[in-house]
Design a protein around this ligand. Sequence first.
Ligand code: C2G
Length: 128
Amino acid sequence: MRTVITYGTFDILHIGHINLLRRAKALGGRLVVGLSSDEFNLGKHKSSLLNYENRKAVLESIRYVDEVFPEMNWDQKIDDVRRFGADVFVMGHDWEGKFDFLSEYCEVVYLPRTADISTTEIKNSLKA
Ligand code: C2G
């Protein structure tokens, strides 16, 4: 069974996240997700509205997700790929090229983002 690995903040979950997770799972039989910690989000200049525990509980309830683990820094991906025995690394194509260094360890796949939806837009529309 092939293991697929992906990462993200997954704040205020929407169809863009679900499309990514569904298509990532379809590439293997097991999907593990590196969920950005609250501290790491600050480093990504993204403050998530929902904290890690909340975002983790939401992700774990999704049928496509088999395991959720904390993403705490930019440098843990090679170790994670080895630790989980990941065969495929998947990210939305807004990250195209950024993680090609992982191709020594596993297949690297960038999937098209879902258009016209983002957590940032949702947050901004709530402010309006
Ligand atoms: N995504 C998508 N379509 C959207 C929005 C998001 O396909 N409309 C994808 C992103 O490309 C990413 C995943 O959903 O693969 C999670 O998106 P975010 O929660 O915004 O994650 P991000 O901030 O990109 O963090 O180390 C990698 C980072 O943790 C990725």
